[in-house]
Write a protein that binds this ligand. Structure first.
Ligand SMILES: [Zn+2]
Length: 131
């Protein structure tokens, strides 16, 4: 039987995937909100729509590498985040996230396990590529 993954563990896997995804070949990310360049290991996975909304909590467009000062001390620097996100995915996709956040999303243990499996695989692929 498959072991249950905690939501906290899923967050950890997903966060590493997002930060590595956004890193360049040297391992550096550019903060989505302020443009500061930091190593992915020193960055956070920042949510555009607050992570308390399950419907966008694990949305790859809603989550981007962010410097810690924006994420932890500037409430995500949300105006900068919006500007950065529009540059990255366009205004329509950014506005769609605002709509999607209102979707009802019931996440049970089986959905958490499934997402964890998906992101373990995606993380492994990216790690293999980055070496
Ligand atoms: Zn920043």
């Amino acid at each position: 039987m498959r072991k249950n993954t905690s939501k906290k563990r899923l967050d950890t896997i997903f966060s590493e995937f997002i930060r590595r995804r956004d890193a360049n070949s040297e391992g550096f990310i550019r903060c989505i909100s302020c443009g500061k360049v930091v190593h992915w290991g020193d960055s956070d996975c920042g949510h555009y729509i607050n992570r308390r909304h399950n419907s966008t909590r694990y949305d790859e467009q809603n989550c981007n590498a962010q410097c810690r000062s924006c994420n932890r001390f500037d409430e995500g620097n949300i105006q900068g985040y919006r500007r950065g996100l529009i540059k990255k995915i366009g205004e329509k996709a950014t506005d769609m996230l605002e709509v999607k956040k209102h979707n009802v999303c019931k996440m049970g243990q089986s959905e958490i396990n499934l997402l964890a499996d998906v992101y373990r695989k995606k993380l492994k692929e990216i790690k293999d590529k980055q070496g």
